[in-house]
Design a protein around this ligand. Structure first.
Ligand SMILES: [Zn+2]
Length: 237
């Protein structure tokens, strides 16, 4: 620890950041107004409204539209250091999960699975945005997916399963086999990430009963909507 002097500046920066958070007044993660983590008008845009969505053959439920203040709060939470906004976002994700869970029938209680962050994003953030929201909602995810190309345990998979894993950006861990799961993601844009995650889970022997998202981008054809659809790669940086 002390033998790694390169870690000192970032540790110092972290300590200063913590000190500043205590000393500086809190500002709304959506609009910057002082006094609240998320002000009342911005919080109104985070009111859960689970609604079904589709992107091609992908069907999902999302609780928010990714735009306006909701978009700014989510961006601040994911990449602006505003983990304090988690409590404002968690109810919407929980509502989406509950809506998906209620819509299905069957004996097995589904487990929740998140799309893993890249190693770079894990280092940069130090937390998983969706898993942290789930914890704020009193829920837990199970780690059943890994990124292809990042070394992880494939020892429990047979050759055919390994080959299927190699076909995409994500792969299922051996523990996925036989499980009933709901995929949980933050933002559905093109649907490419969620579709790849569903494919990998199914290839690994899991039964995916639904996809629950925090937010979705406005549909194509809507001003400001998604222009590029089919070929975009998974957006999880
Ligand atoms: Zn605000």
């Amino acid at each position: 620890m002390a033998s790694d002097p390169s870690a000192l500046p970032s540790r110092l920066a972290g300590a200063l950041h913590d000190a500043a958070a205590v000393l500086l007044p809190v500002r709304c993660a959506g609009c910057g107004v002082g006094g609240r983590v998320v002000c009342a008008p911005c919080a109104e845009t985070l009111r859960p409204a689970p609604a079904p969505g589709t992107r091609g053959d992908l069907r999902f439920t999302a609780a928010l539209e990714y735009g306006g203040a909701a978009r700014r709060v989510l961006a601040a939470y994911k990449d602006g250091g505003r983990t304090d906004a988690a409590s404002a976002l968690a109810p919407a994700l929980a509502a989406s999960v509950v809506a998906v869970a209620r819509a299905r029938t069957g004996p097995a209680r589904p487990e929740l699975v998140c799309v893993p962050s890249s190693a770079a994003a894990r280092r940069r953030r130090g937390y998983h945005p969706v898993a942290l929201l789930l914890r704020h909602a009193g829920l837990r995810d199970r780690r059943l997916l890994a990124r292809t190309g990042e070394r992880d345990d494939q020892a429990g998979l047979d050759l055919a399963a390994r080959a299927r894993n190699a076909s995409g950006a994500l792969r299922a861990l051996p523990a996925a086999r036989g499980r009933t799961v709901i995929l949980v993601d933050d933002i559905v844009t093109t649907g490419a990430t969620a579709r790849e995650a569903v494919r990998a889970l199914a290839a690994g022997g899991a039964t995916v009963v639904g996809v629950a998202a925090l937010a979705q981008t406005p549909r194509r054809g809507v001003p400001g909507g998604v222009a590029r659809e089919a070929s975009a790669p998974p957006s999880h940086a």
